[in-house]
Design a protein around this ligand. Sequence first.
Ligand SMILES: [Zn+2]
Length: 230
Amino acid sequence: METPGIVLVVFAHPDDAEFGCCGTIAKWCKDGAEVHYLVATYGDKGSQDPDMLPERMAIIREAEQRAAAAVLGVKSVEFMGYPDGEVEPSREMLGKIVRRIRQVKPDVLLTMEPHPRLTHSHRDHRMVGLTAEDACFPYCRDRLHFPEHLREGLEPHKVGAVLFFGGSDEHHEFVDISDVMDTKIAAIKKHASQVGTREIGPQQFERAKEIGKKFGVQYAEAFRKIEFRR
Ligand SMILES: [Zn+2]
């Protein structure tokens, strides 16, 4: 698909975007897109170490997320600060996503598939995807929703489309990521607390290869897409 101008990526945990769609992010950044991250949690439950505390995990994972974003060329990384595993589709979270949309004015919003059909996905993934979809329409578009934003000087904004990554076999758009696989791997490696000493290489990206085959390229990421009326 064509490279959008401004992109907002909304996801649940540090590393979700890197595993899910960062080939696309790397490619779009390289092509001049302005990409922003909004992360619901610090991923503070992401450890099997009996001596690890959530507070310490949060600090580690925030730093890893910022480092991964820097590798990709992402312009900003913001966190909503919810505890890992406690993301609910609340009015408060809806307001936070709407505010960020009205601030950065994305053409395209990337978020997590809220209705995965083939696999189970983490509840936080589904909750954040559902809320981000609602934020795009109608909440960020209509000025009477979250009118306090107007008082902050933020205008309503129309998002062109939402692209969902992960968990769907229904693909309306794909991005050829064959020439940015090195960047994707480098960004994933920044999540050292999650990938450990595991070897990360193109041979491990069977999914990207499978999707690539479907679209006639070596490696690809694909998305379910919803377009909004302009
Ligand atoms: Zn996750």
